[in-house]
Design a protein around this ligand. Structure first.
Ligand code: SF4
Length: 534
């Protein structure tokens, strides 16, 4: 019989409703709640609250609300609060009941201003630490890259600061107020000077105009990702026009601080291949798998159709270069800021040289630049051209693209709020969520690690070989061939060698231990001589 739906009538009383039972057991928020402790927020921000006055929304709840905002990519805080009473899973995650009072949306912006970025940084670092404890971070090899994020401001808000100073309008006053507001909430140690200070946005003065096809107000986020499970171990946000190469060493330092592990290999694209970065890596004992910026200079020289620097031989003892015409280029001038020295032949010598056209277009002759630490630089560049480095550089492309692509799910490509310090908060939350996702996949759904799989395959191969040899020796042993003594002896010898190898490889240091019955490992007391006697 067909059922007919009754006209809707809300019940006055619901008895025995348990929100916990309404949230499915594999709900992602249930896993987040299971893994992450939000109560640390009480301690982190207790100094920022007074002892009298209105009682605030508990800090862990505010942090969870911000997490929901990014996790579900909700457009605004107002929308989050409007949707909250309709979402049982969100209510359950926040520890609310069906009839709990929903906080006002302004609670979140007030909390951000009151707390600053430290608590969000601490949240991100705690998640990284949990990933380290769950063996999701190897720490030895990191991949570095950056990406642009659109600022929450229109291009129409950009003004030329030089004209502005003469205007002295009300808007200028407002802008100055906003600039002052910025300095209160920004940690000066984390500030990187914007390159273009002439054109600023009156809506978001921290954002910078970046022209990549089309001029746009942008921020830039920089990340270091660990190789093993693609955990983001370090992150930083800056104005869009900052040179990403300057962020490489701070990211390496941050990686060390968050994971406690020192990276021995850093992989990045050619924008990071500056002399400073190569030398800094050399001083830290880090392999820099970075395409060298010098290769671009070599290509430029090739276009000019003149001798490359490789045609000039350096004489270490005399500290001079020998040019293709056999003349000597002596040290000429020292550039302290660039830490390099120019080498040149005498002007007269170059002027009458027959190879001049192939060597230089400069009227004063050819000059070769040499860094004061050229040997170390050459060593680092050599490493960056190895096959291992090339493989890593190829891997980096996909790995970093994947990391940034995953972030777009959380609204990463657009700044939610205005100001650099708020951009940093957004980035810390986004990275924390991405790491939590990896943790959920690996910790709650453990997979066989690649190493365990490799060991198991190796072990199985060894076991199969052992069984085969045992079977062959058994067959020949029963059939009494006239050459049995020699053949069986050889088989027994191979069997013994294989058994010893199995014993060495797998006993004690492997998750897999061979079955003693199966491999004959019980007879460990027997030695090679006894086998030979047999
Ligand atoms: S132009 Fe000057 S540096 Fe170049 S090959 Fe001739 S002498 Fe040597």
């Amino acid at each position: 019989m067909m059922g007919m739906q009754q006209s809707p009538q809300s019940s006055l009383f619901y008895i025995g409703i348990n929100i916990d039972k309404r949230v499915r057991c594999n709900h992602p928020l249930r896993r987040v709640k299971q893994l992450i402790d939000f109560d640390f927020a009480y301690n982190e921000v207790k100094e920022r609250y007074g002892t009298n006055g209105n009682v605030s929304v508990p800090p862990p709840v505010i942090l969870k609300l911000m997490l929901l905002l990014i996790f579900y990519n909700v457009r605004s805080e107002r929308e989050l609060m409007d949707t909250l009473p309709e979402r049982i899973d969100w209510l359950w995650f926040l520890g609310y009941d069906l009839d709990s009072e929903i906080p006002n949306h302004s609670v979140l912006s007030k909390a951000r201003k009151k707390w600053g970025i430290e608590i969000f940084q601490s949240f991100f670092e705690r998640i990284v630490l949990q990933c380290v404890e769950a063996c999701l971070v190897d720490g030895r090899k990191i991949f570095i890259d950056s990406s642009l994020v659109d600022a929450n401001a229109s291009n129409n808000s950009v003004i030329d600061i030089r004209n502005l100073k003469h205007q002295l309008r009300k808007n200028y006053k407002k802008l100055e107020d906003r600039l002052e507001d910025k300095s209160e909430s920004t940690n000066p140690s984390l500030t990187y000077e914007k390159k273009n200070n002439r054109y600023i946005s009156s809506t978001d003065p921290d954002a910078a105009i970046v022209n990549r096809g089309k001029p746009k107000l942008s921020y830039q986020v920089h990340r270091a990702v660990d190789e093993r499970s693609e955990i983001i171990t370090a992150t930083e946000a800056t104005a869009g026009d900052i040179n990403e190469a300057h962020l490489m060493i701070p990211l390496i330092e941050q990686h060390k601080m968050t994971t406690g592990a020192t990276a021995n290999t850093v992989v990045a694209d050619s924008k990071y291949g500056t002399i400073e970065n190569f030398l800094s890596c050399h001083d830290r004992g880090i392999h820099a798998h970075i395409p060298d910026l010098r290769e671009a200079a070599v290509k430029r020289t090739a276009k000019l159709n003149i001798f490359s620097e490789d045609h000039f031989l350096y004489d270490t003892e005399r500290d001079v270069y020998h040019c293709p015409a056999g003349n000597v280029l002596k040290p000429k001038s020292l550039h302290v800021s660039r830490q390099s020295r120019d080498y040149a032949a005498r002007k007269k010598v170059c002027a009458v040289c027959q190879l001049r056209e192939q060597c230089t277009q400069n009227k004063t002759g050819r000059t070769i630049k040499r860094h004061l630490r050229q040997e170390e630089l050459d060593k680092m560049r050599e490493t960056s051209r190895s096959s291992k480095a090339k493989r890593d550089i190829k891997t980096r492309q996909h790995l970093m693209e994947r990391s940034f692509a995953k972030s777009t799910r959380y609204g990463f490509d657009e700044a939610r709020w205005r100001g650099l310090w708020r951009m940093r908060i957004q980035e810390y939350l986004t990275c924390a969520i991405q790491n939590i996702q990896v943790m959920i996949n690996h910790v709650l759904k453990p997979k066989k690690s690649a190493v365990a799989v490799a060991i198991a395959i190796k072990a199985s191969t060894g076991r199969i070989l052992f069984v085969l040899i045992e079977a062959i020796s058994g067959v020949f042993g029963r059939q009494h061939y006239h050459y049995e003594s020699f053949f069986l002896k050889s088989l027994m010898h191979i069997k013994f060698k294989l058994k010893t190898q199995l014993q060495k490889t797998y006993l004690g240091n492997s998750p897999w231990r061979p079955d003693p019955e199966f491999t004959g490992l019980r007879q460990t007391s027997i030695n090679e001589e006894e086998w030979d006697k047999a």
